[in-house]
Design a protein around this ligand. Structure first.
Ligand SMILES: [Zn+2]
Length: 86
């Protein structure tokens, strides 16, 4: 499958982009959270632009936690930010 043809929406700014331009964050049924998981990890997923503003916006008022149905984790924002550095 051609990843560039899969369109997903950023949870912060609602921009529609191809999946390889977005950061995928997935929480499985055990509430384990992975950033950019491989295709064998299934769960509830959120997509964000590879943009610090969108990441920060997603964490405002705990929005991202609500979407993923997970408990607040202060380290998660930092972990997502490291994706931008790579
Ligand atoms: Zn965005």
């Amino acid at each position: 499958m051609d990843e560039s043809k899969i369109i997903r929406k950023c949870a912060a700014c609602n921009a529609k982009k191809s999946r390889n331009e977005l950061i995928k964050i997935t929480a499985d049924k055990n509430k384990e959270v992975r950033i950019m998981p491989d295709s064998s990890f299934f769960g509830h997923s959120v997509y964000l632009c590879k943009d610090a503003e969108c990441i920060q916006k997603a964490f405002k008022k705990g929005r991202l936690y609500k979407i993923l149905k997970i408990k607040p984790d202060e380290t998660l924002e930092e972990k997502i930010m490291t994706v931008l550095e790579n």
